[in-house]
Design a protein around this ligand. Structure first.
Ligand SMILES: [Zn+2]
Length: 379
């Protein structure tokens, strides 16, 4: 498609690296402003301490931090090392994806996946929060990517579903897409119905996030709701567009059915992955509430795992849960050890941090690990 894809992978990766660094620089803005309900576009970057706008030549990813020795040019306030870290991390993520996948449809989707994971990890780390304004659109992106076959066609899973007639498969695919478009909202409603009473109790105990003091919460909520509803409308529109598109293709030429079957299979795989990933966490959340009366996992973790399972498949989702639990336990022990008292047990662990890191491991090493595991099972 692009002449870029003809180039050796290492060259493609070297092209992707600076893009990753620049996008990482933008992610710093997203990570800082989204929890505060501020626009990510306006105003331009400014120093957090003195408010001086940052000049373009002082806003070069990594390089500016090194040249300024980590201090604001105007007021000499220290700039957090987190900023260059996010830039470097995004740059290396893009490099690694381009080196393994090339700059293909699949590669670009995986770069966006890296972006979403980094943003969720950082916001969860800072605020113990996985915002709906990120998770809803990210899941929509996974659905559209899958349904419209923008990546490489996946392996045929030959599930019993696919012995059905093509028209029945089509209607099932369309139904799954429509459900997926509003699934997160359903999760929100059902979760509130099931665990709302526990949440009211823990809300009273919860302290205000000192990083977010002085924020107009009503405005933030309205703004977030707008994004949620827009995302759902777009999801339904995408499902209908897919339905019309596939319906017309099926009527005009039977040869297209290969594409259609691949697309429906992909939708099925994505929904299964999202269900397995999100379902396990949701079940753990239910067990926590019913046995202990307070939340262990947040609802954001459920949605995050649905995104991970949706893009990487159900086997990788299980792998992410295992790796994420190990990382999470280590973090938890660390907090109890150094945090003192039992407070560490009661506050919600930023599990999204562990899940995001595990997802990035699974993105690059998931297939070899799963292949190794399967080879151990089959003599
Ligand atoms: Zn300053």
């Amino acid at each position: 498609m692009f002449p870029l894809q003809e180039l050796p992978l290492i060259i493609q990766a070297l092209y992707a690296l600076p893009f990753g660094l620049i996008i990482g620089s933008f992610l710093n803005v997203v990570i800082y402003r989204v929890p505060r309900g501020e626009s990510v576009a306006f105003p331009g970057s400014h120093c957090g301490a003195c408010g001086t706008p940052i000049k373009a030549y002082d806003n070069i990813p990594l390089l500016s931090y090194v040249l300024l020795r980590g201090r604001c040019r105007a007021c000499q306030a220290k700039i957090s090392w987190v900023y260059p870290m996010v830039e470097l991390w995004t740059g290396l993520g893009f490099f690694a994806v381009a080196y393994t996948r090339g700059i293909t449809g699949q590669g670009i989707a995986e770069m966006l996946f890296v972006v979403v994971m980094i943003v969720l990890v950082m916001i969860d780390y800072r605020h113990q929060l996985l915002p709906n304004v990120i998770t809803y659109p990210a899941f929509l992106g996974v659905i559209i990517f899958t349904a419209f076959q923008l990546g490489e066609p996946g392996p045929s899973s030959l599930t019993p579903l696919f012995t059905l007639s093509l028209s029945l498969k089509f209607w099932i695919g369309l139904g799954l897409l429509l459900i997926a478009a509003v699934a997160f909202y359903g999760v929100d409603l059902l979760d509130n119905a099931l665990f709302g009473k526990y949440l009211e109790i823990s809300d009273e105990e919860e302290e205000e996030d000192p990083l977010l003091s002085g924020i107009d919460e009503d405005r933030l909520l309205r703004q977030h709701n707008r994004v949620i509803y827009t995302t759902m409308v777009l999801g339904v529109v995408a499902a209908v567009v897919w339905g019309v598109f596939v319906f017309l293709r099926l009527r005009s030429a039977a040869a297209d059915s290969v594409w259609v079957v691949a697309s429906i299979e992909a939708i099925f795989r994505t929904c299964l992955g999202a269900l397995v990933g999100g379902g396990v966490i949701w079940l753990l959340r239910a067990i926590y509430f019913y046995t202990r009366g307070f939340g262990g996992m947040g609802l954001g973790d459920v949605k995050m795992m649905a995104i991970i399972g949706g893009l990487l498949g159900w086997q990788s989702a299980l792998l992410v849960l295992i790796i994420g639990s190990v990382l999470g336990s280590l973090t938890g022990l660390f907090l109890i050890w150094f945090g003192g008292s039992d407070k560490g047990m009661k506050t919600r662990l930023p599990f999204g941090v562990s899940l995001g890191l595990a997802a990035l491991i699974a993105l690059f090493y998931g297939q070899p690990i799963i292949a190794w595991y399967v080879s151990r099972l089959t003599p």
